[in-house]
Design a protein around this ligand. Structure first.
Ligand SMILES: Cc1cc2nc3c(=O)[nH]c(=O)nc-3n(C[C@H](O)[C@H](O)[C@H](O)COP(=O)(O)OP(=O)(O)OC[C@H]3O[C@@H](n4cnc5c(N)ncnc54)[C@H](O)[C@@H]3O)c2cc1C
Length: 99
């Protein structure tokens, strides 16, 4: 396996500061780790964003749009009452897609 830096920033600003060309964000790792194992993805740096605070919110904005945090899981979004009542087809699709 190609060597890479593994970075675990404690804040959003640290995460953004850690990014450079050749770096990737690590979410759940479901896809990324498999791609790295097969050599399909060969990042120089992996930035683990899963511990960052403030990225799990689901917020309805004044104009009716919804802002979804980068760390909100499909299941949490689909089961959010406010989201599911406003976007029932999306909520259903999220739950149907997951294995
Ligand atoms: C066995 C298996 C079964 C699967 N089944 C399903 C399924 O049923 N339905 C389905 O929809 N998908 C499925 N997938 C695909 C996978 O779950 C999705 O691609 C999922 O979105 C990966 O999320 P993750 O958080 O694990 O992303 P990761 O694997 O961590 O990252 C995937 C990519 O997204 C980037 N990334 C991650 N987080 C962010 C972020 N916050 N901002 C910007 N970029 C980011 C990474 O850099 C990487 O390029 C499956 C994958 C596997 C291996």
């Amino acid at each position: 396996m190609k060597r890479f830096d593994f970075v675990q920033p404690a804040s959003l600003s640290q995460a953004l500061g850690a990014w450079k060309p050749g770096a990737v964000w690590l979410g759940g790792g479901t896809s990324l780790v498999d791609l790295m194992k097969t050599g399909a993805a060969t990042p120089d740096r992996v930035i683990d964003i899963t511990r960052l605070p403030g990225l799990r919110g689901i917020e309805v904005l004044a104009d009716g749009a919804t802002r979804i945090g980068a760390l909100v899981s499909n299941a949490d979004l689909a089961r959010d009452d406010g989201f599911a009542s406003r976007f029932p087809m999306v909520a259903e699709a999220l739950l149907s897609g997951a294995s």
